[in-house]
Write a protein that binds this ligand. Sequence first.
Ligand SMILES: Cc1cc2nc3c(=O)[nH]c(=O)nc-3n(C[C@H](O)[C@H](O)[C@H](O)COP(=O)(O)OP(=O)(O)OC[C@H]3O[C@@H](n4cnc5c(N)ncnc54)[C@H](O)[C@@H]3O)c2cc1C
Ligand SMILES: *[C@@H]1O[C@H](CO)[C@@H](O)[C@H](O)[C@H]1NC(C)=O
Ligand SMILES: *[C@@H]1O[C@H](CO)[C@@H](O)[C@H](O)[C@H]1NC(C)=O
Ligand SMILES: *[C@@H]1O[C@H](CO)[C@@H](O)[C@H](O)[C@H]1NC(C)=O
Ligand SMILES: *[C@@H]1O[C@H](CO)[C@@H](O)[C@H](O)[C@H]1NC(C)=O
Ligand SMILES: *[C@@H]1O[C@H](CO)[C@@H](O)[C@H](O)[C@H]1NC(C)=O
Ligand SMILES: *[C@@H]1O[C@H](CO)[C@@H](O)[C@H](O)[C@H]1NC(C)=O
Ligand SMILES: *[C@@H]1O[C@H](CO)[C@@H](O)[C@H](O)[C@H]1NC(C)=O
Ligand SMILES: *[C@@H]1O[C@H](CO)[C@@H](O)[C@H](O)[C@H]1NC(C)=O
Ligand SMILES: *[C@@H]1O[C@H](CO)[C@@H](O)[C@H](O)[C@H]1NC(C)=O
Ligand SMILES: *[C@@H]1O[C@H](CO)[C@@H](O)[C@H](O)[C@H]1NC(C)=O
Length: 576
Amino acid sequence: MFSYSSVSLFTLLCSALSYPSVFPTSNSTNSNSTKCRCFPGDDCWPSQEEWNNFNKTVGGKLIATVPIGSVCHNSDFGSFDEEACRTLQGHWPYPKTHFESSSSIMAPYFTNYSCNPFSKPDAQCTMGNYVSYAVNATGTEDYQDTIAFVRKHNIRMVIRNTGHDYLGKSTGAGALAIWTHHMKDMELIDYKSPSYTGKAMKMGAGVQVWESYKFTHDHGYTNVGGDCATVGVAGGYTQGGGHGPGASKFGPAADQALEWEVVTGTGEVLTANQEQNQDLYWALSGGGGGTYGVVSSLTVKVYPDLKSSAANLTFPFEGTNNESFWDAVETFIHESPSLMESGCFAIWSFDAKEGFRLWPTNCPGLPQADLQKILSPTLEKLRQHNISHKFMIDEFDTFYSSYQTFNARHEISTTIQGSRLIPRSVFDTNFTQLMSIYRHYVAAGLSVAATANNESMQNFPPTTNSVDPVRRQAVFNSMMSMPLHPTDHAINQARYAEMTNTYLPLLTNLTPGARAYMNEADYQQPDWQKVFYGENYARLLGVKDKYDPEGIFFAVTGVGSEQWFQDRDSRLCRVR
Ligand SMILES: Cc1cc2nc3c(=O)[nH]c(=O)nc-3n(C[C@H](O)[C@H](O)[C@H](O)COP(=O)(O)OP(=O)(O)OC[C@H]3O[C@@H](n4cnc5c(N)ncnc54)[C@H](O)[C@@H]3O)c2cc1C
Ligand SMILES: *[C@@H]1O[C@H](CO)[C@@H](O)[C@H](O)[C@H]1NC(C)=O
Ligand SMILES: *[C@@H]1O[C@H](CO)[C@@H](O)[C@H](O)[C@H]1NC(C)=O
Ligand SMILES: *[C@@H]1O[C@H](CO)[C@@H](O)[C@H](O)[C@H]1NC(C)=O
Ligand SMILES: *[C@@H]1O[C@H](CO)[C@@H](O)[C@H](O)[C@H]1NC(C)=O
Ligand SMILES: *[C@@H]1O[C@H](CO)[C@@H](O)[C@H](O)[C@H]1NC(C)=O
Ligand SMILES: *[C@@H]1O[C@H](CO)[C@@H](O)[C@H](O)[C@H]1NC(C)=O
Ligand SMILES: *[C@@H]1O[C@H](CO)[C@@H](O)[C@H](O)[C@H]1NC(C)=O
Ligand SMILES: *[C@@H]1O[C@H](CO)[C@@H](O)[C@H](O)[C@H]1NC(C)=O
Ligand SMILES: *[C@@H]1O[C@H](CO)[C@@H](O)[C@H](O)[C@H]1NC(C)=O
Ligand SMILES: *[C@@H]1O[C@H](CO)[C@@H](O)[C@H](O)[C@H]1NC(C)=O
């Protein structure tokens, strides 16, 4: 059986958790006034007949949620099934278990443990924060029908693709979801517009990173996608900016976006690109998922596939002299900007349990010998200090084979996390302080991880999309994490408070004015509007209000979400 205590740091990036008592608790009672969305049990909640009619409207694609953990409990959803439960527990860490479901999410903190497969059979199994229903969408008509239904009945709506979101954006109590997972069309096209002429890939909203990599590779091209193979391309990933193996060389995912097909909050089907509906194009390309409309397809730039090198490196903390360990880590981090400048992407992490890991660095277009040279000061330190280590380096004819060979499989989030984008300037002025904060984290039992990209791409016109220009000054995204308790929500809430109030501020104070990556952040991030969206916030809010005037789309820390809060039962209500 899978046990949380054995989860390695490797799970950190493909999973970081949070719980949903998330929202400012406020005074509002469970009123079902129009101030709040209609909730199951309210008189205004649609009758069975209305749901059945809606199901007919969407061609039988309506799914009533049965929490996947229900096989582990005796509840209204059925009875405990020992074998099915054991199988689910075994498969729980894998993203597939969740993205194939119309309701399950990968950040258990936000499930409220309402139907936790790791709690006792007689422990509760309720709907909790899972969506009540989902439409297994195949196109814009399903989107329009669903939006019309939620507007008519004042129901909360959620857009969900994979359920990867770390901040609880792709779930919600009492919600009807548009589930985009099965919209898998992919097409290589010749795109022609005043701003770009060349090869492009048009993909449906459900396409996942690995599918996009395989598709472009099969046609002799490559594209920007995440390190994690199972993240969806067109949803939260690209809309939130998106980093990954190609992003140092070609720019973040949002810079690749040429055109979005989207259904707005009023049910209009629009095409947004640099020539039409530019404001919507600008907002969707970097302004956050689940906010401005439901995307049905995304068209992105592709690049001829290219020779690539990659490397990974591990060395232990335990059994290594502390000062030697830190000297090697410090050398690696200090030299890491050379990786980014050379077009590499890197994921590295360290803690007292797993030691240091570079897992891996991908360098599209860089010869192996050059990569070896960049890593040599670190390797030299390891030899000097006689630290036993594992180092692999190789060169490939294509980016795809490099990715296939070196990139680790990701698991879901079993951590509580906070993060900060570390600006280049810290290397010149406060590097020593940065390293002492890292020592402090490790001594306190935290794990530190980073995803490193040069997102500056100084030839990219900064006003084309809403990727915050300050964010582009970052050398890496520093993520800190603590393990999530497998069954006790109260303990997790306390740990989250520690992350937000004690640990995260150390990096915030070191980097005044810096940002955090909205897709891999602390959902309780203070001043999140500025920290996630920068100076673009006010303009993004204008676009939000224009295309979603009724606030149909709500996502935790999404633009405009400060106008809503979640009540005691997690019902969504307007602040005013
Ligand atoms: C294991 C793991 C690995 C990760 N690796 C990377 C990485 O390598 N690089 C990186 O940049 N990020 C990474 N992330 C973060 C990732 O970018 C975010 O979790 C992102 O939100 C996932 O998008 P999704 O659409 O797949 O997920 P979902 O959880 O389904 O959706 C996320 C958000 O996007 C919205 N959304 C989804 N589809 C649509 C749509 N069609 N139209 C409008 N809104 C939509 C949802 O409403 C929600 O707000 C990782 C996360 C995890 C858990
Ligand atoms: C909530 O209610 C308490 C007591 O009833 C009151 O003191 C407080 O000001 C209220 N807060 C808000 C935000 O209305
Ligand atoms: C919701 O509104 C109905 C009237 O439409 C009322 O009868 C019911 O008690 C309300 N429910 C709650 C929880 O306030
Ligand atoms: C919707 O209709 C289909 C086909 O008739 C059916 O299989 C499915 O169970 C229905 N969904 C709900 C929620 O009733
Ligand atoms: C989430 O959990 C808290 C306490 O554990 C509870 O008060 C709240 O009602 C739960 N929310 C849902 C939607 O189950
Ligand atoms: C969702 O629809 C797809 C076809 O678009 C189908 O293959 C799949 O089985 C459906 N999933 C569920 C859970 O209904
Ligand atoms: C990122 O790349 C740009 C060139 O596009 C270069 O000028 C800049 O120095 C690089 N930044 C970092 C931190 O490596
Ligand atoms: C290096 O470490 C090995 C064991 O890991 C030990 O046998 C050897 O003596 C050490 N050499 C030096 C120079 O410290
Ligand atoms: C390093 O990469 C090799 C493939 O070249 C892989 O077999 C190994 O598991 C990787 N090690 C780590 C720690 O990721
Ligand atoms: C090394 O670090 C560990 C964990 O932080 C600590 O327990 C130990 O005392 C340290 N040893 C030395 C020699 O500093
Ligand atoms: C960072 O460095 C600057 C310039 O050296 C200094 O003024 C500032 O106090 C430092 N910040 C911290 C938190 O050490």
